[in-house]
Design a binder for this molecule. Structure first.
Ligand SMILES: CC(C)(COP(=O)(O)OP(=O)(O)OC[C@H]1O[C@@H](n2cnc3c(N)ncnc32)[C@H](O)[C@@H]1OP(=O)(O)O)[C@@H](O)C(=O)NCCC(=O)NCCS
Length: 218
């Protein structure tokens, strides 16, 4: 299952091929990348922007610049929402018209176990209990929780702004369906902007954990 399978048809998805990693960003995009960015950072930034352009083209839109805004969040053109993720040699962008989707977040992580400190930072006690119980034997669920919460954050931030911590969200997977719910627990949650209960999909392959969250349009 690939990122395309995790998102509804109204969302255009582009996954980086070999050429995306070397495609030059548009000048307005390059201007928002730190001059001190190391080559690996430049490479992932190029791939993310190339994928964003390709996804916008697939939606029938001109490939306009997507500079980085505050807190690194991409600045999508008016009436467009989207999300970018990269890890190692994988990069994807997902883009939709805001009339179809209010916000979305995608994330890909290497399918590796988390160290104990990170696992505790990411997982709530009830999430720990779940994956250590009968429902959670396979795959290694903390990385799925981690990726799901990153997707939630990327969908949340453009609508609300500000911080959302890992313990501010409780993820409940449905392993058979490949779906999850994410409940926003934060005292500063904004149900007027983002519903308290979000829905996402996940896929686990030998090398990658992929997740996606969509906030539907009204
Ligand atoms: C921002 C963050 C989510 C990025 O995730 P990551 O796994 O480190 O990296 P990814 O490659 O998957 O995603 C990076 C992309 O996310 C996007 N992004 C960065 N900050 C963002 C934000 N505030 N809102 C939306 N998208 C953001 C960018 O497009 C970035 O790529 P780019 O800089 O090349 O444009 C992560 O670094 C972070 O700060 N997490 C802490 C907050 C959090 O996740 N809380 C969970 C609460 S549920």
């Amino acid at each position: 299952m690939c990122m395309r399978d995790l998102l509804p048809g109204a969302v255009a998805v582009a996954v980086a091929d070999a050429s995306a990693w070397t495609e030059e960003p548009l000048p307005e995009e390059a201007a928002t990348l730190s001059e001190r960015a190391v080559p690996a950072r430049q490479r992932e930034f190029r791939a993310g922007r190339a994928c964003a352009r390709r996804a916008m083209t697939a939606l029938g839109l001109p490939p306009v610049p997507v500079p980085a805004g505050r807190d690194r969040a991409p600045l999508w053109p008016p009436r467009i929402v989207g999300s970018i993720s990269h890890t190692g040699d994988y990069c994807a962008a997902a883009v939709a018209r805001s009339g179809a989707v209010r916000s979305l977040g995608i994330d890909a992580e290497d399918n590796l176990e988390l160290d104990e400190a990170t696992r505790q930072l990411v997982c709530l006690p009830e999430e720990e209990e779940w994956w250590r119980g009968p429902g959670g034997s396979e795959p290694y669920w903390p990385t799925v929780f981690f990726s799901a919460k990153e997707s939630v954050y990327k969908a949340w931030f453009p609508l609300v702004g500000g911080w959302l911590g890992f313990h501010d969200v409780r993820v409940e997977p449905d392993p058979r369906a490949g779906t999850f719910t994410a409940r926003i627990l934060a005292p500063h949650r904004r149900p007027d902007l983002v519903p308290d209960l979000l829905h996402g999909r996940f896929a686990v392959s030998p090398d990658l954990v992929r997740t996606a969250v969509v906030v539907p349009a009204d």
